[in-house]
Design a protein around this ligand. Structure first.
Ligand SMILES: [Zn+2]
Length: 283
């Protein structure tokens, strides 16, 4: 599982902030200049729906990675009821880590070295990643950001990351439990940690977000999507509003008015991941 120690975007994207948006596996940073085109992989271009993968690795439309991202697009659309958009999400998939790192340090010198980035701007929704052990997880995570930003006016920071963490999980387990997150949250609960969605909503900067915040973001998304049809609909309705309105208000407010004792319910939900009845083969 990836180390998403610090990823973020502004909670509500103002027009000013929409200028450039950067999210990453491992960290978020503010890019201050446009990338040069030199050094970008370009030998093969594989398109699938709104996905365009540019890479120097020989690749066809039937590559398992392409098929997985194609399926992911449908999963995101179906699960969250977000529209299947046409806007391209371009994935620059480097052959190896050094080519990727060399390019990123030259094109985005202000960004810290991390395994993958999603960089959104009015001109392009772009993912930068390299072909390594974690490429599936990285691309699932970053492409999910791309799909959300192609279809929504804005996405609150914690929700953007919670959803990306949710969909990065590989495999066909319909429960989509991020085992590492579940284990760490379970330990945190035993040590007295308690969920606080309003605090998560107040986070607007990566410097404020720590690993536990990503885990809690994932947990709220998982809880809302799996606890009951009502909680699922609550999240879907909120995302629906974000299609047209970049600032539809606080999701915590809606949860509080529609779900009594939501934090307690989340706590018990998280604690239940490792109860015997919840144990599955994937653990
Ligand atoms: Zn992310």
């Amino acid at each position: 599982m990836t180390d998403h120690s610090a990823l973020h975007i502004p909670r509500i994207l103002t027009p000013l902030r929409l200028g450039l948006l950067t999210l990453a596996v491992g960290v978020w940073g503010c890019a201050t200049q446009s990338p040069t085109m030199s050094g970008l992989p370009s030998r093969y271009s594989v398109s699938s729906d709104q996905l365009v993968v540019l890479t120097d690795i020989e690749m066809t439309k039937s590559d398992p990675l392409i098929l997985e991202l194609k399926e992911l697009r449908n999963q995101v659309a179906e699960t969250l009821d977000v529209p299947l958009e046409e806007r391209r999400v371009v994935v620059y998939l480097f052959s190896n880590e050094s080519e990727y790192s060399n390019y990123m340090s030259e094109a985005y010198p202000d960004l810290p070295p991390r395994r993958a980035f999603f960089i959104g701007s009015p001109a392009e929704l772009a993912v930068y990643a390299f072909n390594g052990d974690q490429v599936r997880v990285d691309l699932r995570h970053e492409y999910t950001h791309g799909l959300l930003h192609a279809g929504l006016k804005a996405v609150p920071l914690w929700l953007d990351e919670g959803i990306a963490e949710y969909f990065e999980v590989t495999g066909r387990d319909p429960q989509r439990v991020n085992v590492e997150h579940a284990q760490r949250l379970s330990t945190a609960v035993q040590n007295g940690w308690r969920p606080d969605l309003r605090r998560l909503e107040s986070l607007e900067d990566v410097a404020e977000m720590h690993r536990l915040d990503y885990q809690e973001s994932w947990a709220w998304v998982h809880f809302l999507l799996h606890e009951s049809p009502d909680t699922q609909m609550l999240l879907i309705n909120y995302l629906n509003d974000l299609r047209e309105n970049p600032d539809p208000g606080s999701l915590a407010d809606r949860i509080e008015s529609e779900m009594p004792h939501a934090s307690e319910r989340l706590l018990s939900y998280v604690s239940g991941f490792f109860m015997p009845h919840a144990t599955t083969a994937s653990f």
